[in-house]
Design a protein around this ligand. Structure first.
Ligand code: NDP
Length: 475
């Protein structure tokens, strides 16, 4: 592999304040609590800013602001709401470099991904749902579907701004107002988004951002005046939320974990499949709920495929997320790194064989090399649990029926991938795979027009597309 000269993106485009309050009712306000949280750059452990830690009373203020704004926002003609959403989408495009750099600083993901994947998709979501705002009567949910009210939205740290867009854009298009809680380790782009709402002259209280930890999220989903709960995160917290809102009449969507099978048949185009496997599990350091974390390879091509995959992994560049050459960035937090290490050590202890390419890890920050486990049995914990890191478990199969059986042998059901040159086999597989999304000869493709969501322990409800409107309408 030849060397690339460093090509760091300048961080001068972002102006990070030393300290942030809460964005409630269109204004920056202090938290009523005394706790504050430091958010760090996971690539260097440098403290980026201090953010407020919203208490139950703060959450209550935010919900009240959203309730007040609901009257104005829901009464506004859809065509007027659309103008605001289009305006937000355009400001996101104008400020996309700033947002991408901030996302990479706070999250650790490579700038190439935040710039070329996250940000374009964020803007696309707002554009797409702006288009729906005045056409809700034609969406298939009755001639005049009504919004639900105040949406309480809790999002994770793996795609901070993109998850915000998935939640806020459809909610607003349908006439709801929102209180959103970003993840503790990645609050900064949500706070910049609050500035964008102000810049777009969005009526006060339509979007409220409360930063904090798990308790803040719990206070939000349990607030009696919240009509709709939207959550993306771990299955464990998803379960708690499902329990706490049961019987309250709140509408809920849960987008939880996954353990996707990426299935490669012997007739697949191998080089393409290798790229798809790399994209499936090493994109965003594997911090992806729909990551292709289980590679199911047909036995006849196992050696050939693994040799090609290992050669390819040897060319991945791990390091500074702001360098435009970087393929693998930092792990988002010390806690997540500890979890990845623990599960990987367990994989070895259970008898699987571990392999990583030669790659030096920076001294500071949280890092984990791309890792492959071979000789994995279906019962191994690395084959069953979500590692949520750059760790691939390799299993083999002989027949299509065995591939289906093994792919579906998981408590999750979010996504799957199929690599074969036969269209009929793709359809045959897609019919049988219990997964919300099945990609064929590609992986990790997202589009605002396409619904996304899971079966079983991956959650319920759909986000994106026309289906994503249903979650925010009284139908
Ligand atoms: P969590 O599910 O704990 O976090 C997701 C969001 O929920 C965060 O904003 C979190 O706040 C908030 N939260 C935490 N506890 C509660 C609660 N009781 N009520 C309401 N909201 C709450 O995920 P983690 O960040 O702890 O990650 C743990 C594991 O979850 C990962 O290793 C991964 O396996 C999986 N995961 C899956 C994701 C997916 O997209 N499916 C995304 C993220 C994680 P805070 O961040 O402040 O704790």
């Amino acid at each position: 592999m030849f060397e690339y000269a460093p090509a760091p993106e300048s961080r001068d485009v972002v102006d990070i304040r030393p300290s942030y309050g809460l964005f409630i009712g269109g204004e920056w306000v202090d938290s009523q609590g005394e706790n504050r949280n430091k958010t760090v750059n996971p690539a260097s452990e440098e403290v980026l800013a201090e953010v407020a830690w919203a208490t139950e009373a703060d959450v209550d203020r935010a919900v009240q602001a959203a309730r007040k704004a609901f009257g104005v926002w829901s009464a506004m003609p859809g065509s007027e709401r659309a103008k605001y959403l289009f305006r937000i989408a355009r400001i996101i495009q104008e400020r996309s470099r700033e947002l991408a750099v901030l996302e990479s600083l706070d999250n650790g993901k490579p700038i190439r991904e935040s710039r070329d994947v996250d940000l374009p998709l964020v803007a696309a979501h707002f554009f797409y749902y702006a288009g729906w705002a005045d056409k809700l009567g034609y969406a298939g949910y009755g001639p005049a579907p009504r919004p639900l009210g105040v949406a309480g939205q809790v999002i994770p740290w793996n795609f901070p701004l993109l998850m915000l867009a998935w939640k806020i854009a459809p909610a607003l298009a349908c006439g709801n107002t929102v209180v959103l809680k970003p993840a503790e380790t990645t609050p900064l782009t949500a706070l910049l988004f609050a500035e964008i709402c102000a810049q777009a002259d969005l009526p006060p209280g339509v979007v409220n951002i409360v930063t904090g930890a798990g308790e803040t999220g719990a206070a939000l989903v349990n607030h009696p005046d919240v009509n709709k709960v939207a959550f993306t995160g771990s299955t464990e917290v998803g379960r708690q939320i499902a329990r706490s809102v049961a019987g309250t009449g709140k509408k809920v969507t849960l987008e939880l974990g996954g353990k996707a099978a990426n299935i490669v048949f012997e007739d697949a185009a191998l080089d393409q499949a290798v790229e798809g496997i790399v994209n499936g599990i090493f994109f965003n350091q594997g911090h992806v709920c729909c990551a292709g974390s289980r590679l199911l390879v047909q036995e006849s091509i196992e050696t050939e495929l693994l040799d090609a995959l290992k050669r390819r992994l040897g060319t991945l560049r791990l390091g500074d997320p702001l360098d435009k050459n970087t393929d693998i960035g930092a792990i988002n937090s010390a806690a997540q790194l500890a979890k990845i290490r623990e599960l990987s050590d367990l994989g070895e202890a259970e008898g699987a064989e571990r392999w990583s390419p030669a790659c030096s890890l920076p001294d500071k920050g949280f890092w984990f090399p791309p890792t492959i486990f071979t000789g994995v049995a279906q019962s191994h914990r690395i084959a069953r649990e979500e590692v949520f890191g750059p760790v691939l478990s390799v299993l083999t199969f002989r027949t299509p029926a065995e591939a289906v059986e093994k792919a579906n042998n998981t408590p999750f059901g979010l996504s799957a991938g199929v690599w074969t040159e036969k269209g009929s086999r793709i359809l045959w597989m897609a019919d049988r795979l219990r997964a919300g999304v099945v990609w064929a000869n590609t992986f990790n493709r997202f589009d605002p027009t396409s619904p996304f969501g899971g079966y079983k322990e991956s959650g319920y409800g759909r986000e994106g597309g026309r289906h994503g409107l249903e979650a925010y309408l009284d139908v």
